[in-house]
Write a protein that binds this ligand. Structure first.
Ligand code: ADP
Ligand code: MG
Length: 243
């Protein structure tokens, strides 16, 4: 197991967001994090990143505390949480990933420039490199953030609702890149807010509503009982089937 989360608790002032969350995941896996709105999905990812204080619990990556290995963890936040008016070019958004490796004030190395260029090419966004990020469509912005994650050359990738509001072309670029990352032994954790086709791309699912309701294969997780527990009612699947 490359990622081990044990007994994680997160409380915001009046809200318990996560309670006794434990799970583990292996390299080369894509784990889908699902659950109702407010179920703690974003909080789980932020807790793994150390962006919210955790009370009790441990997050270990490669057998060590994850805190000192942030360079190996790439994060793409929910689109709604990003300030798109911030004046920065596409190129510099992706270059930010390299400053973890070099330093801000130092001129980016030739190697970093090459890595940024190929990351942008990989997601079909190189020709937009000098555009302001705020001038792009939602799908294009999402691809630029994917490029940033790639340029970081991380081992663990955390995506918060990457499929929300993106066009089909972007979606298929993302699926391709995710498959490639998996093949290279990376671990991907992907939050999805609906029970859409993206679930079929996941190797395992984590159904979350404060606590982990279920964790395992699609068949193990998507049962009427689990869905009732997590959502308090039935839901409509992408197959048209009601669970
Ligand atoms: P999800 O991503 O599954 O929709 P979140 O992790 O965003 O869920 O939220 C889990 C719970 O924690 C919700 O009840 C939400 O209102 C609350 N919450 C999230 N962020 C904060 C915050 N910064 N301060 C206070 N409460 C928060
Ligand atoms: Mg969320």
């Amino acid at each position: 197991m490359v990622l081990e989360v044990e007994n994680l608790n997160v409380n915001y002032r009046e809200t318990t967001a996560l309670e006794k969350v434990s799970f583990s995941a292996s390299p080369g896996e894509m784990v889908g994090i699902i659950g109702p709105n407010g179920g703690g999905k974003s909080t789980l990812v932020k807790a793994i990143l150390g962006l919210v204080p955790i009370e009790g619990g441990i997050v270990k990556f490669r057998d060590r505390a994850i805190k000192k290995q942030m360079r190996s963890v790439a994060y793409v936040p929910q689109r709604a949480q990003i300030d798109w008016d911030y004046p920065i070019t596409v190129w510099n958004v992706v270059m930010m990933a390299r400053t973890l490796h070099t330093k801000w004030l130092r001129k980016p190395s030739r190697e970093s420039q090459q890595i940024v260029k190929s990351a942008l090419e990989r997601v079909g966004m190189f020709k937009w490199h000098s555009r302001q990020i705020g001038e792009l469509s939602g799908g294009q912005q999402q691809r630029v953030f994917l490029a940033r994650a790639l340029a970081q050359q991380a081992e663990l990738f955390l995506f918060d609702e990457p499929f929300s509001g993106v066009d089909k072309a972007t979606e298929s670029v993302m699926y391709d890149v995710f498959a490639e990352l998996k093949q290279n032994g990376k671990l991907l954790m992907v939050i999805t807010h609906d029970l859409g086709t993206s679930l079929t791309k996941c190797d395992s699912l984590l159904l979350l509503n404060k606590q982990i309701i279920a964790n395992g294969s699609f068949k193990q997780v998507i049962t009427a009982e689990n869905i009732q527990k997590a959502y308090g009612g039935s839901v409509l699947l992408f197959t048209g089937e009601e669970v």
